[in-house]
Design a protein around this ligand. Structure first.
Ligand code: SF4
Length: 375
């Protein structure tokens, strides 16, 4: 396990003064919804399991205040594992030759949406590697068909970096939300983790463009990636506070042995959950998924995330035969279940930790509803 918080690495306990300073900073953060960089860094450099328990409870309380114990469900469709990008941690990046590639047609995507609709989902997250097959024209056709057949749903796209014009066309055609993890707000770490042809600045520009157009925007980052430091994690918090996204996806780095980063330790559950909690405190109303990566790292990783401020889960509604091929990291869970099984399993997990499922569209609570006619 790749620990970044030094006191977790050696499992040490704090003296009373340090412990009470961390608790004071967590209280200040809860009240003022922000801290100085050096204060965030103090927390990360000194926190132990004892203060993490306190932090996670504070984050849960803030979530409860805004969303109570409701968990929004999103039906996730992984439409293609073709990708032209070179994220060195990702098992479907263009260099990986060991994976069989697939992509879904618009008809197949529609079928997934319809079966998801029957299971009660009212948001579909359509996700893919960066695959040029999905032109604006094809996606506009797909969006129109989804919205015509199921006018009461929200569509989230997660298709990577595109031009501002393309984002605008997809928005005009009915897309409600766009997920584009910033991956890391540290330029040094971004450049270490990505191929030379990829651009830290372009990724940020894409996020600004998405916000400017009017999307509900999701950003996000990995915890525990090779060479990541606490300073890098503080940059993530500062950047998220500035950007003000509607959603933030946070997951541990999970090593894939067919990538350039093979042989590295994966991130840890405690640190990933602590970052979930800190994001809940800096962005109290944000939508926070209990990510599949957390569930893949630990059997009850997602349940723990719900107890730490997360309020979204994304059951998979992709065709079962393709799921194992969307292997962005190894040992990914839920690759053999049917959509029905996923729905039942997730509901059981949610109810098991005292939460209830919410099958509404699940917008961020500050969003005024934009109907397709308003676009
Ligand atoms: S993380 Fe996304 S963009 Fe990067 S290689 Fe994987 S699928 Fe492609």
């Amino acid at each position: 396990m790749n620990y970044i918080f030094p006191k977790l690495k050696v499992a040490s306990e704090n003296d009373e003064i340090t412990s009470s300073k961390i608790i004071q900073l967590i209280d200040k953060l809860t009240e003022e919804i922000n801290l100085e960089k050096d204060e965030f860094l103090y927390i990360l450099n000194n926190i132990t399991e004892k203060e993490i328990t306190y932090l996670n409870k504070k984050a849960y309380d803030v979530k409860y205040k805004h969303y109570q114990n409701r968990v929004y469900l999103r039906g996730l469709i992984e439409i293609s594992n073709h990708c032209k990008m070179g994220c060195k941690y990702c098992g479907i990046n263009y260099k990986v030759k060991t994976i069989k590639r697939y992509r879904l047609t618009v008809d197949e995507i529609l079928e997934c949406c319809k079966s998801g609709y029957l299971l009660g989902y009212r948001t579909f997250v359509i996700q893919s590697g960066e695959d040029s097959y999905y032109t604006d024209e094809l996606l506009v056709d797909m969006l129109k068909r989804i919205k015509e057949e199921m006018p009461d749903v929200r569509v989230t796209l997660s298709l990577g970096e595109r031009s501002k014009e393309s984002y605008q066309k997809l928005y005009d055609a009915g897309t409600d939300r766009y997920l584009l993890r910033h991956e890391t707000a540290s330029r040094r770490l971004y450049e270490y983790l990505h191929a030379d042809f990829m651009s830290f600045d372009n990724r940020r520009e894409c996020l600004s463009n998405l916000k400017e157009i009017g999307y509900q925007v999701g950003a996000g980052f990995m915890v525990g990636s090779p060479t990541q430091t606490n300073e890098d994690l503080v940059e993530d918090l500062v950047y998220l506070k500035e950007l003000g996204p509607h959603m933030v996806g946070i997951g541990p780095y999970l090593c894939h042995e067919d990538t350039e980063l093979k042989g590295n330790d994966s991130g840890t559950l405690s640190e990933s959950l602590a970052m979930v909690a800190l994001v809940r405190l800096i962005l109290p109303k944000v939508l926070l998924p209990a990510t599949t990566a957390l569930g893949s790292l630990h059997t009850i990783g997602r349940e723990k995330a719900l107890k730490t401020g997360a309020n979204i889960m994304m059951p998979n509604i992709s065709p079962t035969e393709n799921r194992a091929l969307y292997e962005i990291y190894q040992n990914k869970i839920c690759t053999t279940d049917t959509s029905n099984q996923c729905r039942n399993c997730i509901e059981g997990r949610i109810v098991g930790v005292g939460h209830v499922i919410d099958l509404g569209v699940g917008d961020h609570i500050d969003i005024e509803r934009v109907t397709d006619n308003d676009r």
